[in-house]
Write a protein that binds this ligand. Structure first.
Ligand code: UDP
Ligand code: MG
Length: 153
């Protein structure tokens, strides 16, 4: 099964939406493999958003991501990376489809509730960026046969 990284952004903490957003991923059937609160430094954010370093809003998004601590989560499931990106929706909350997390909770391109890894390569790098090996737990869900056919996992 795949693992992917989700960050509940400061806007989510400030708007008291932590439970609501975690619940979306739980109800979908993903397994929570790791979770913690961290206050992100400018250094780790520069690494995390390196793909945007030439953009005029680079410092602005780093500042927004360090307004308060965030919740980092590692979710696991079959095709978890794509499943989580689909649940998350388009980057700009105003364009994101209703029913997606950003479509339901965001009016902004920056204040868009969650970060989600966008490929297997970035998921592996991002999980390592925010979690040590001992913070990722490989317990089994006891309802797998209710979540998947036996040839799906
Ligand atoms: N972002 C922004 N303005 C933009 C594009 C991106 O403020 O024009 C922010 C936004 O918070 C987004 C983050 O930068 O979530 C990372 O951008 P990316 O293109 O990776 O979007 P995502 O993968 O989050 O949909
Ligand atoms: Mg991205």
């Amino acid at each position: 099964m795949e693992k992917t990284l989700v960050i509940l952004k400061p806007c989510t903490i400030q708007r008291s939406l932590i439970g609501e957003i975690v619940s979306r991923f739980e109800k979908k059937g993903l397994r929570l493999a790791g979770m913690k609160m961290i206050w992100l430094s400018d250094e780790i954010l520069s690494e995390h958003y390196a793909h945007l370093k030439e953009k005029p809003f680079f410092q602005r998004i780093k500042d927004a991501m360090s307004v308060c601590p965030v919740i980092v989560c590692c979710w696991e499931g079959v095709d978890a990376i794509n499943v989580v990106r689909t649940l998350t929706g388009a980057t700009n909350g105003r364009n994101a489809a209703p029913g997606t997390i950003r479509g339901d909770y965001s009016m902004s391109v920056q204040e868009n509730i969650v970060h989600a890894s966008d490929s297997p390569e970035t998921a592996a790098i991002e999980i390592k960026r925010f979690f040590s090996d001992t913070e990722i737990y490989d317990y089994k869900l006891n309802n797998l046969s209710s979540l998947y056919a036996n040839d799906e996992f």
